[in-house]
Design a protein around this ligand. Sequence first.
Ligand code: FAD
Length: 538
Amino acid sequence: MLRADAVERLKTSAFDILVIGGGATGTGIALDAATRGFRVGLVERYDFGSGTSSRSTKLIHGGVRYLEQAFKKLDRAQYNLVRHALAERAIFMKIAPHLSRRITLLAPTYTRGEELYYWLGLKIYDMLAGKRGIGSTRLHSRAAALAEFPALSAAKLKGAVAYYEGQFDDARMNIALALTAERAGAAIVNYTQVVGFVKEGGSIGGVQVRDTIGDAAFEIHARVVINATGPFTDVIRQLDDPAAQPVLQTSSGVHIVVSGELCPPDTGMFIPKTDDGRVLFLLPWMGKTLIGTTDEPAEPVDHPIAGEADLAYLIKHVSRYLERPLTRGDVLAAWSGLRPLFAGKHAAGRGTAKLVRDHVIFESPSGLVTVTGGKWTTYRQMASDAVDHLVRERGLVEKSPCITATLRLVGGDGYRSDGARELVQKFGFDRDIAEHLNHAYGDRAESVAALTAQGLGKRLSDGYPYIEAEVVWAAREERAESVMDVLARRTRLAFLDRAGATHCIERVVELLAGVLEWDATRRKREHGEARARLSNGL
Ligand code: FAD
């Protein structure tokens, strides 16, 4: 569906459910609700996934750290969160096979006690996953650990405990959810911001929005409005009721990206405890190494910035585990994401690292339904719980039950893990381009590849598998509306290499202008905005 058609539907329909926010939570809810037969609309004020959902560590996981806290504090909530998330991990990987994969994580050990502690903990983690486990925890000798992860420092190393997690492309998963929800009948629109509510006798019956692409303001009517705005949950709650007390404590998590030489292609490192009690990951991601993350209380802002102090913290702590310490000059890209952590009555003034990462669903007196907290891994459960809530508490009658545990997302249906070979044969691509297209687009890879017949086969940036055809595809088929939509979320170049992304701004503007019919003023603006985003916060 074209954006203009979706906007028209927002203007003219009476929806059962209107979702505010196009991150993992919002698009997950839209998909769940549309597949149960509800009339669904969704508005996102920027791009799908442009908030927290493209800035995660990209792990599909139960959370080893939370399991430790569950046992140390005999905390049932943490324990259940891990158990449910491990079940969701398996579902996630099945419904989005092209966008996810299994990776090995090594936790280096330095004493016999440490080895036993991690081994036992991770065995319990495996046990909690049960039949849905994705591999068995193993002990590595010192030699085996160094052979598997050559960049690991040998000093004082005893060995490592190896376990398995899922990894995914968060931004493309977010787009896949939006497109699948649209395929199921939802009207999904980005660059449309909720600026007020439509109320009758104090009850919400819709929202007032501003479409920043079409430069228009209008109302959308719905029986129920859901607030799925992540870090901006309280902003929306206070737009409804200025006296609403905050329930969220946001925390910033910074990641850096360095050369891929640090990590073997399928193995990362899990550092269970830094001096200040945090965990760190060093992960192979899209040919580079992703390192994160920090956890500092922060205010919700539109484009969070990865500060130099955060970068220094990551470099310092990770370097202790490496044969060759990292320097600031190794950093190719960095970004910050804001965790929406539910803190209930205690929203102000607490450290965030120990808040339970569970989700909550609750209603304001006006009927606004807020869904927040949770993790990417549990987005599907959050969505299903939210729609169940509407059926139970708001009298919405579903036409069919929830099917999202088995519904493959757009691109996933005909995906074959060996599909790259065919792309090489048919289109003569280099292997890395074929692999990338197969994973990013799944069963749509051939359609993207077919665009190269129009002279769009060139790489966008040397050393990266992204090609020009993807820019055109993104604008035509995936609702990309700006240069940064393409560089940061349809491709991931901005997250991998800031300089590489900056170099191809000009060409991306040119390609997008052709499809989206931009005039000279718009071209200039896009150029400037992309430069600003790439040199400040993404
Ligand atoms: P968001 O993605 O922020 O979406 C909210 C959306 O609402 C935004 O796009 C915003 O633009 C929109 N919005 C706001 N106001 C309005 C308005 N007025 N009108 C319209 N739209 C509006 N989870 C995992 O499972 N695995 C991980 O490895 C992992 N790592 C993480 C690492 C970090 C550093 C962080 C911060 C989080 C991590 N998470 C991880 C958690 C996960 O990323 C989040 O729980 C999830 O992305 C939150 O999604 P969301 O949709 O609730 O919020």
